[in-house]
Design a protein around this ligand. Structure first.
Ligand code: C5P
Length: 220
């Protein structure tokens, strides 16, 4: 610690899925393992950064050397991100649930015997990446989002970058055939204001190291 191109920098990383409760025993979630976010946290620490690692309930253990903040829901993640600012850079690798159950039940929902299942009404969660990207005071100098897409990856991710207002989007193809979501490898395209840069398929650790180096160059 304290050495390397990112020493003296504070970088925030979100990682993992969020869980949105239906009732005390059930939740809505997604297949994110937190592996890419964890690898990014570790790579940033290795370059000397002070890392606040805000993670949903991931299967991957958080990396060593970070300050870990554990959250369950998207709304808790947003609060934790706001509490962790200011930061020089923020990397939003979490797969945040887009929706939450409008009014989750305080007690376990029972089958009532009528044969008609309950229906769930959903509300949209806050967009953490867009919220931070659009901050007028105290915005991190470098805000990086991810785009997990299954079709037209670069076109969709380029549009997403504009919509969210972030500086870079790291786009990846999460079609089941790629084995990327929940797998050990990733193939990403990094999109910034000068265009799209396709990186060869590599382990998530290799992708993380290359991204951490690119962040160090940008903050120099
Ligand atoms: O819109 P979409 O979910 O595809 O955007 C993905 C990017 O936005 C990721 O960087 C993710 O961490 C971030 N995000 C967020 N808050 C949300 C939804 C997505 O920070 N509610």
């Amino acid at each position: 610690l304290g050495r390397g191109p990112l020493s003296g920098r504070h970088i925030l990383v979100t990682s993992g899925p969020t869980h949105e409760p239906i009732d005390p025993v059930r939740y809505i979630a997604n297949r994110s393992s937190g592996a890419q976010g964890t690898a990014i946290g570790a790579a940033l620490v290795r370059l000397g950064a002070k890392v606040t690692f805000i993670t949903g309930p991931a299967t991957a253990a958080p990396p060593e050397g970070v300050s870990v903040v554990r959250v369950e829901t998207a709304r808790e993640m947003l609060k934790a991100v706001e509490a962790a600012l200011p930061a020089d850079a923020a990397v939003f690798a979490a797969a945040v649930a887009d929706w939450r159950v409008s009014s989750s039940s305080g007690s376990k929902i029972k089958k009532d015997g009528s044969g008609s299942p309950p229906s769930l009404s959903l509300d949209e969660n806050p967009d953490i990446l867009a919220t931070v990207s659009r901050m007028t005071g105290g915005r991190p100098r470098l805000v990086i989002g991810f785009a997990a897409e299954t079709d037209d990856v670069v076109a969709n991710a380029t549009a997403k970058r504009a919509r969210k207002g972030c500086d870079w989007i790291v786009a990846n193809d999460v079609s089941p055939a790629t084995g990327i979501m929940g797998g050990t490898e990733n193939a990403v395209t990094v999109i910034d204001d000068s265009g799209a840069e396709a990186w060869p398929r590599a382990t998530k650790e290799q992708v993380a190291r290359r991204l951490a180096n690119r962040i160090a160059d940008a903050l120099e």
